[in-house]
Ligand binder design. Structure first.
Ligand code: PLP
Length: 412
């Protein structure tokens, strides 16, 4: 098997699994219990959180552990000053969404065309877990340029005095493009200063989903100027269903689950001790190999791009080297995936969740690709299960599959 879909899932590193194991067996205690072995587990849990936090230049108390990045992204958006009006079935932010209640009093909302309040701004290429929650809050999209980078002019145009939260992922999960977060943060700082001078009291927070970044980029929240940062163990050879949200002192969150008051009251529920211990070990391993991994993937990308034929490279610049997005115009990439699977090569057409629902990639669309180009696009994401030899083998297998597909399409 040649697995080229590490952006969708990574296997748990054996060292990670070994560190987790005792916490399923001998050290299974609830960290909130009063006896000594439980207190030791609580201390180990805090130490693991400190390790994760240290990697991003933060403290354990700045992190809220979640069950993955989706939950962390959802939690981040609770920083928006929301009125929880159950009358309308849960989350809503009427002011933020520019909505007014129907004068008929039938509980339905109508959009007031006069008021376009940009309370939430998010990049149009965000992962669905950001897009969906942002849309709940009436979020407006920020455009990307053809190379996948944020259109800073569009961001500047859309920020108003009502804007409270801007969400821009550090690394895109389909094309691997790295966004200039420090530049965005500096723009935000200037706007905050201007608001302060004019006596505008509203907060302006920067959230970033760094799910795909932690094993290749040195992320420091203070340097990047981030208020809310999403982390994901599942993409860095840690366990699935474990993530974290870094929360700066400026961000005031609302808990989505209430109960025992764990995670400073922001995420009640018995702590996932083995998961967090594993997450910390994965972070530790990743931090040790940041530079080595980047060099390795750069070399492998070169080999692939030299050996592959008849493709157009979509993510030419600004992307992490382990993301390679190829377009074979005129070919159905879905068919290609099945042909490749028969030969033992596992690739993707885009984000796993969008692909499984048969939806066209909103990311490739945002880059300006037409339907035929999107239909012919493949994502290869390299990782630790790969070897240099696999790059040559994969290129050969992909070339053969592509040329037989081109022949078939020509005949029909
Ligand atoms: N954000 C990004 C950028 C991702 O790549 C993913 C996973 O595919 C997620 C969020 C969601 O992560 P999870 O499914 O672990 O909640």
């Amino acid at each position: 098997m040649i697995y080229l879909d590490h952006a969708a899932a990574t296997p748990v590193d054996k060292r990670v699994l070994t560190t987790m194991e005792p916490y399923f067996l001998d050290d299974f205690f609830n960290p909130s219990a009063a006896y000594l072995p439980a207190k030791k587990v609580a201390a180990d849990y805090e130490a693991a959180k400190a390790t994760i936090a240290h990697a991003i230049g933060a403290k354990a108390s700045d992190l809220v552990i979640t069950a993955g990045a989706t939950e962390a992204n959802n939690l981040a958006f609770t920083a928006i000053s929301t009125d929880f009006t159950l009358e309308f079935g849960g989350f809503r932010s009427a002011a933020a969404r520019g909505l007014a209640r129907s004068p008929r009093g039938d509980g339905r909302e109508r959009r007031d065309p006069e008021s376009s309040v940009n309370s939430v701004l998010y990049l149009e290429t965000e992962h669905d877990s950001v897009r969906s929650v942002a849309q709940r809050y009436g979020g407006q999209t920020i455009k990307v340029l053809k190379n996948g980078l944020i259109d800073l002019a569009d961001l500047k145009n859309k920020i108003t005095d009502e804007t409270e939260l801007i969400s821009v992922s550090l690394v895109n999960n389909e094309i691997g493009v790295v966004q200039p977060l420090a530049e965005i943060a500096s723009l935000i700082r200037n706007i905050k200063l201007d608001r302060f001078k004019r006596g505008v009291k509203r907060e302006l927070l920067l959230h970033s989903d760094a799910s795909q970044a932690l094993n290749l980029l040195d992320i420091k929240v203070a340097r990047l100027g981030i208020d809310l940062l999403t982390l994901n163990a599942a993409k860095i050879y840690g366990p699935k269903g474990v993530g974290a949200l870094y929360v700066s002192h400026e961000a005031k969150l609302q808990p989505m689950t209430v109960g025992g008051g764990q995670e400073n009251g922001l995420r009640s529920g018995t702590e996932n001790v083995p998961g967090v211990i594993g997450f910390a070990k994965a972070v530790e391993i990743a931090s040790e190999h940041l530079n080595g991994n980047r060099k390795k993937y750069a070399a492998w990308r070169k080999i692939l791009l030299n050996k592959l034929e008849n493709y157009e490279l979509i993510n030419k610049k600004h992307a992490l080297d382990n993301f390679i997005v190829l377009c074979y115009n005129g070919i159905d990439a879905e068919r290609l995936i099945y042909l490749l699977e028969e030969k033992g090569v596992y690739v993707a057409t885009g984000a796993a969740c969008a692909a499984s629902k048969g939806r066209k990639s909103h990311v490739l669309k945002a880059l300006g690709l037409d339907d035929s180009q999107i239909a012919g696009s493949l994502r290869l994401s390299l990782g630790e299960t790969n070897t240099e030899e696999q790059m040559r083998d994969a290129a050969k297998i992909i070339n053969n599959a592509v040329s037989s597909e081109y022949k078939r399409v020509k005949k029909s």
